[in-house]
Design a binder for this molecule. Structure first.
Ligand code: FES
Length: 157
């Protein structure tokens, strides 16, 4: 096997789906954590939908699996237990409230900082839950805590 095809194989392997548990179990616990190809993720079951994201908060690496889920501006968010940043479950956007300093009487508005937390794909097959890591090419802030020195699962090399 040449170098190029073995690199291609390991790239394909990195994005193959991994079984992380049984549907019944996650429905009961409403969240589970898993390691998918050396990347720590949390999978939430919320209002009939599954959402997987990097487990460490994009802000400073807080443990999102210990946060509460709340709706902000009608969007379900995980609230990081460390500094209360709000991250949408569906898209990984960071939400914040802004006020118009020229009009202090106006109501604060919810705004998006853009996608900050990497979201992964969840599929269900025959009662099993699978996670496929995101292949989105953009750099996501949560990547910093999912790789390198912050990664809990060290590769053996
Ligand atoms: Fe999550 Fe600061 S580490 S809000």
């Amino acid at each position: 096997m040449d170098l190029e095809s073995s690199e291609q194989d390991s790239e394909e392997e990195k994005y193959s789906s991994v079984c992380v548990g049984r549907e019944d179990d996650i429905k009961r616990s409403e969240r589970i954590t898993a390691v998918v190809h050396d990347r720590e993720v949390v999978i939430f079951y919320h209002k009939g939908e599954y959402h997987a994201m990097d487990i460490r908060c994009y802000h400073s690496g807080g443990p999102l699996h210990l946060g509460e889920i709340e709706d902000f501006d009608g969007r379900p968010c995980i609230v990081c237990p460390w500094h209360k940043y709000k991250i949408t479950l569906a898209t990984g956007e960071g939400l914040y409230q802004s006020i118009n300093p020229k009009d202090p009487s106006s109501k604060p508005k919810w705004c998006s900082k853009g996608i900050k937390q990497r979201i992964h794909t969840v599929t269900v097959d025959n009662g099993n839950i699978y996670v496929t890591l995101s292949k989105e090419p953009f750099k996501c802030d949560s990547d910093f805590y999912a790789t390198g020195d912050f990664k809990v699962i060290k590769s053996s090399s």
